[in-house]
Design a protein around this ligand. Structure first.
Ligand code: HSE
Length: 441
């Protein structure tokens, strides 16, 4: 005898929710066969039932999300934001429903509350769609690599910023122009802050780091820098030194703990992440036994994100049919999350200096004084318009000006910051044009 239908409640009917509802309808027979029971969409909670929606049965719509949650076996949340999703998901869990959410902000801010509630109720919390949209990365890290030891995850997990940086590199656009283009194409929001300031990527980094290292990573422990300070000049210089600029989410194990950070970085063109173009996402994982793995695909969009949601719905539904639960939170490891100042990276520092004897030696001495080792220095004529990060400009302006591109060996953020400050105070240094990390080599 076939198992009784599982009741699915959908919270939210935007770009992703619409596609989840469509796939539940169009693939009903396949999904039932895969699960071993039919999946019945019993309702969709929305703010406004009268808003125009293509392909959605109006009879399913309700503004009473609480009542809907109370009559579901599986609750799918694609609203976003902290409230009302948190209250609704906790209500669903307490009532014995499993939940599937795409809500990275909620998981990064308060995932442990949901996991604890799910443990108490013996239900599942699945969230593949919360990180990098369609790309299977939560399940691989949480399950496929459960027998390995992840060393490092480096991801391009925000499509909007990747699109912006890619346009700056390939079409030679300025930052504002590229953001406007991303907005025109619907990648960037009218207020692009969450993407361009790295908040979205930081939430994803916190989730990935928690899974990879079996710890809890509070969102406030993720060092975050966005791309608003990246200039067309930075992008052009990156190209001339064989790099592309990418916004990276990095989670890595060190001898002292775990470093979790989001910042723009120069990536060598030979690295697989350098080839991730447009609004695509990719996550590069280094694990002790598996070695290097790369996951690539669409990190946003209705159907791609709905694909990840549906995969979770099938998993949660199978668990209910067969009995048992999916993976639970694993936070047993005793690894501190390190402060940003402890992160070890290589850097590329660009400075304008007065071109006279001994200047290079002074700059090199300032680096040496702070224990920062130089890997390479390239000198050329200074680019036209100085864009000073710091400037002392005490030198004679009539002196010829040289542009130094200094690449360092790995150094801590703290050492590099002190170095840059010291370099900026040298008489012969006219401006520190840019300081960018170098990753992936
Ligand atoms: N705004 C995100 C991005 C998608 O641009 O990748 C949702 O996390």
């Amino acid at each position: 005898m076939p198992a009784p239908a599982l009741r699915i409640a959908l919270l939210g009917c935007g770009v992703v929710g619409t596609q989840v509802a469509r796939l539940l309808r169009e693939q009903a027979d396949d999904l039932a066969a895969r699960v071993g029971a039919p999946l019945e969409l019993v309702g969709i909670a929305v703010r406004d039932v009268d808003a125009p929606r293509d392909g959605i049965d109006p009879a399913l719509l309700t503004t009473d999300a609480e009542s809907l949650v109370d009559r579901a076996d599986i609750v799918v949340e694609v609203i976003g934001g902290l409230e009302p999703p948190r209250a609704l998901l906790l209500r669903a869990i307490a009532a014995g429903a499993s939940v599937v959410t795409a809500n990275k902000a909620l998981l990064a801010a308060d995932g442990p509350s949901l996991y604890a509630a799910a443990d108490a109720a013996g239900v599942d919390v699945y969230f593949e769609a919360a990180v990098a949209g369609a790309i299977p990365i939560v399940r691989p890290v949480r399950e496929s690599l459960a027998g390995d030891r992840v060393q490092r995850i480096v991801g391009i997990v925000n499509g909007t910023t990747n699109y912006v940086l890619d346009q700056m590199a390939t079409e030679h656009l300025g930052f504002a122009e590229a953001v406007a283009q991303a907005q025109g194409l619907g990648y960037a929001e009218a207020d692009p802050t969450a993407d361009v300031e790295g908040y979205d990527a930081a939430a994803k980094a916190a989730i990935l780091a928690s899974l990879a290292f079996h710890i809890r990573v509070p969102l406030e422990d993720v060092h975050r820098e966005g791309i608003t300070g990246v200039t067309a000049e930075d992008v052009a210089w990156a190209a001339s030194t064989g790099h592309v600029v990418k916004l990276l989410a990095i989670a890595e194990r060190t001898d002292d703990g775990v470093s979790v950070r989001v910042h723009p970085a120069l990536v060598p063109v030979s690295h697989p992440l350098a080839g991730v173009r447009g609004a695509f996402n990719a996550v590069f994982v280094e694990a002790e036994s598996a070695g290097e793995l790369m996951f690539y695909g669409r990190g946003a969009g209705g159907a791609p994100t709905a694909s990840a949601v549906l995969g979770d719905v099938v998993s949660a539904a199978r668990n209910r049919v067969l009995g048992g639960r999916g993976p639970v939170e694993s936070s047993y490891a005793d690894l501190p999350v390190l402060p940003a100042s402890a992160a070890m990276t290589r850097y590329q520092v660009r400075v304008d200096v007065v071109d006279r004897p001994g200047v290079l030696a002074q700059v090199a001495a300032a680096l040496a004084d702070h224990g920062v080792s130089i890997e390479a220095v390239r000198q050329s004529q200074a680019p036209a318009a100085p864009a000073a990060v710091t400037a002392t400009a005490t030198a004679e302006v009539a002196d010829p000006v040289a542009h130094l591109v200094i690449t360092t060996h790995t150094a801590t953020d703290a050492a590099l910051a002190a170095t840059v400050e010291a370099v900026g105070t040298l008489d012969a240094v006219l401006s520190v044009r840019s300081v960018l990390r170098v990753e992936g080599s």
